[in-house]
Design a protein around this ligand. Structure first.
Ligand code: PLP
Length: 389
C-alpha cells in the first residue's frame, strides 16, 4: 500500500523524461502529450530556454522572501502589465491561490468604497476554481463540497452563458462576478458570443467587479495572452496559473489600478514569485511573446478543431460534438462510452489526454505542437473510435 494520501487515482504510467510534446517511460515507451500536465506545460517538456533560465537561477539564489525587493518580480509584473488590461500583479503559487486573491480583492474593493454589505461573489454552475475552502464554495458544485460543509458563505451560481440569470441574481450584497471565459474541468464550455461583454455591462450597471478565472484558458492557450481578449472586454481582475510557469508552480492575480486594493499587511504568501519561479516565468513570457507565437497557437487550434470535427462526422456513434477555443479543445462522447475508459484506451495507444465533466475528453497540447502532432493524435483517436462502432 502506498504511503500517499489517496487523493488521486493515477494511471500506472510513470514518466522518466520529456522532450517537446513527448513523454517517455523508463522502459523507453513514448507518449504524445495532449494533456500537458493539465494545460501547464505550455512550452512542452524540457524547453531549452526554460531549462537554461532555471539552471542559471539555481546557481545564484533560490529564495529570499518578499521582505526584500525582487527585480525579477518587478520585471515580470511590468511585462504582464504592458501586455494586458492590468496595472498591478500579485504573484502566488497556484490557481486556487490566485482565485483566493481575487475573492479577497472583491471584498476589500467594496469595503474600501464603503460597501461592507457587498461581499458575495456570483459565479457559474459547473465552474472549477480550485480546491481550497473558498474556491470550492465559489464553484458551488456538490461533488466538490461533499464532506466539507458548511460551505463558506458568500457565493452564488447561475447557469454559464446566461446573461438574464446573471443579471437577475445580482443583489445589494453582490461584490463581484467570477467567470471562466472558457470553462475547463466542468466540461470545456467556451463563452457564447457577447457573453463576456454582457457581463461587463452588468458589472458596470451594478458597481460590482468583473473577475475572470483564466487559470486554464489564459497564458496563450486561446491564441491570445488571455482568452477574454478575443471579445475585446476589459475585466477588473484576472487570476491565472497553470501555463504561466510552464511547469514551475506559479500563479498570478492581475488587476486594474482601481481594483488594486491589496496593500501592506492585507495579503501575502511566502513563496510567491520567488527567484526560481520568476526566472522561469520570465522565460515562458519571452517565448509566448515571440513574434508569431500566439498566431501559431491560433492556427494549430483551428487545425485541431477541423480534425476533431472530422472525427465527429466519421464516428457519430462514438462522438457527439467538439467544442473549445485555441488549443483548449473538448470532444464529447456518447453516453454509453465513459470518458475515463476512452482516455485509458487512447493512453494504451500512446496518446495522453485529460477527462472533463459532461463526458468530455479534453485536448490541451503544449502550445508548440506542429501539424504532424495533430495528425498523430487524430489517427490514434480514429483507431480507438473504430473499435466502438
Ligand atoms: C486548475 C484550475 C484552478 C485551480 O488551480 P490549482 O493550481 O490546481 O489550484 C482554478 N481554476 C481553473 C479554471 C482551473 O482550471
Amino acid at each position: 500500500m502506498s504511503a500517499l494520501m489517496p487523493t488521486y487515482a493515477p494511471s500506472d504510467l510513470a514518466f522518466e523524461k520529456g522532450k517537446g510534446v513527448y513523454l517517455y517511460t523508463d522502459d523507453g515507451r513514448r507518449y504524445l502529450d495532449f494533456c500537458a500536465g493539465i494545460a501547464v506545460s505550455a512550452l512542452g517538456h524540457a524547453h531549452p530556454h526554460m531549462v537554461q533560465a532555471l539552471k542559471d537561477q539555481a546557481d545564484k539564489v533560490w529564495h529570499v522572501s518578499n521582505l526584500y525587493r525582487s527585480p525579477s518580480q518587478e520585471r515580470l509584473a511590468e511585462r504582464y502589465v504592458a501586455a494586458s488590461f492590468a496595472d498591478r500583479v500579485f504573484f502566488c503559487n497556484s490557481g486556487a491561490e490566485a482565485i483566493e486573491a481575487a475573492i479577497k480583492i472583491a471584498r476589500k474593493y467594496q469595503s474600501d468604497n464603503g460597501h461592507t454589505e457587498r461581499y458575495r461573489v456570483l459565479g457559474c454552475e459547473n465552474a472549477f476554481h480550485g480546491r481550497t475552502l473558498a474556491t470550492i464554495a465559489a464553484a458551488g458544485q456538490a461533488k466538490l463540497l461533499a464532506g466539507f460543509e458548511p460551505a463558506i458563505d458568500g457565493f452564488d451560481q447561475v447557469a454559464h452563458g446566461n446573461l438574464n440569470e446573471m443579471r437577475a441574481a445580482i443583489t445589494a450584497q453582490t461584490a463581484a462576478i467570477l467567470v471562466e471565459p472558457v470553462q475547463g474541468e466542468g466540461g470545456l464550455r467556451p463563452a457564447p458570443e457577447g457573453y463576456l461583454q454582457g457581463l461587463r455591462d452588468i458589472a458596470d450597471e451594478f458597481g460590482v467587479l468583473l473577475m475572470f478565472d483564466e487559470v486554464q484558458c489564459g497564458m496563450g492557450r486561446s491564441g491570445k495572452l488571455f482568452a477574454h481578449e478575443w471579445d475585446g472586454v476589459k475585466p477588473d481582475v484576472v487570476s491565472t496559473a497553470k501555463g504561466i510557469g510552464g511547469g514551475f508552480p506559479l500563479g498570478a492575480c492581475l488587476t486594474t489600478e482601481a481594483a488594486g486594493v491589496l496593500g501592506v499587511g492585507n495579503h501575502g504568501t511566502t513563496y510567491g514569485g520567488n527567484p526560481l519561479a520568476m526566472a522561469v516565468g520570465n522565460a515562458v513570457f519571452d517565448v509566448l511573446m515571440e513574434d508569431g507565437f500566439l498566431d501559431h497557437v491560433t492556427a494549430m487550434g483551428a487545425a485541431l478543431d477541423q480534425a476533431l470535427q472530422g472525427l465527429v462526422a466519421k464516428h457519430p456513434s462514438v462522438f457527439i460534438e467538439t467544442r473549445g477555443l485555441g488549443l483548449m479543445r473538448g470532444i464529447k462522447l456518447v453516453e454509453s462510452i465513459v470518458n475515463r475508459d476512452f482516455k485509458a484506451e487512447l493512453e494504451a495507444e500512446g496518446l495522453l489526454v485529460a477527462p472533463a465533466g459532461d463526458n468530455i475528453i479534453r485536448l490541451l497540447p503544449p502550445l508548440i505542437i506542429e501539424p504532424c502532432h495533430v495528425v498523430e493524435a487524430i489517427t490514434i483517436f480514429d483507431t480507438v473510435a473504430a473499435r466502438h462502432v
